[in-house]
Design a protein around this ligand. Sequence first.
Ligand SMILES: CC(C)(COP(=O)(O)OP(=O)(O)OC[C@H]1O[C@@H](n2cnc3c(N)ncnc32)[C@H](O)[C@@H]1OP(=O)(O)O)[C@@H](O)C(=O)NCCC(=O)NCCS
Length: 283
Amino acid sequence: MPMPATTFRPLTEADIPFAMRLKEAAGWNQTECDWRRYLILEPAGCYLALYDGQPAGTVTTVSYGTRLGWIGMVLVHPELRRRGIGTALMRRAIEYLKSRGVVTIALDATAEGRPVYERLGFLDDYGVVRLSGTAPALTGTDQSPRPFDIEAVCRFDAAVFGADRSRVIRQLAAEHPARFFVAESAGTVSGYIAARPGTYAWNIGPWVSADTATAEWLFRQVLGTIAGSPAVVDVPLPQTAGQQLCARFGFAVSRQFTRMYLGEKPTPIDTAGVFSGAGAEKG
Ligand SMILES: CC(C)(COP(=O)(O)OP(=O)(O)OC[C@H]1O[C@@H](n2cnc3c(N)ncnc32)[C@H](O)[C@@H]1OP(=O)(O)O)[C@@H](O)C(=O)NCCC(=O)NCCS
């Protein structure tokens, strides 16, 4: 008997309950609010896979100009795996990002996803470690909101990250203004940090800083707003100062991803400046 066909349609708000069930089955941390953000950021680039006409899997994308595109939330219903649906979702996402003129496609792969991506031509870039812990109660943090220039934050980020993430940065700052901190030195942005709630833990990131002392100041500010709550931080493996900082505040490695890319080799990110990404699904 021929295998049922995998078809696609754009993911919509109405699919979020199904998408949440898939991510629950995988034990992931995303919330409904996260799924809504993916739809806001790339409404035409998020897909639902249908297998024999039934919802079976998801994929999201986000494009950072033409320099970089990101693929995330590659999830297939546990009972429908190993039938080519994951690969078909990836092909759909790659086709979409290429149609937008993106020259490099990247993602953070789980151990399960990595062989699927390797077969599609993705290459390893570097490892990313997830550090988990409970935000300690700290003294000497000041959580009063301060005005900042979001344009300057986006310019600072682009110079360090190597692509224009301004749509994601603006969105996170608007969603969680009480957990978005900016450091300035002589009137110039020298770092920023954001945190957002997850199902099981707060997600800390992006966390970008010109130096380790500023990174620590930012980390302390954000930890002060979530004291006593579980939190996770995804730190690039080459960012040893970031891992040491997290360890000092009681965080320990809980899992590992492989950052992979397809197409042009990514502009080497200034891993000295990127302490944590915007999330495995957004880069
Ligand atoms: C990773 C994941 C998305 C893969 O989805 P999938 O639909 O099973 O992927 P595919 O079917 O395309 O490929 C998986 C395997 O099945 C094999 N396969 C594909 N079609 C097949 C078929 N018709 N019959 C038998 N095997 C098949 C593939 O060759 C591949 O083999 P491998 O185990 O040697 O890598 C899925 O396991 C999942 O949702 N995992 C949990 C979440 C996760 O980790 N996602 C990745 C995030 S980076």
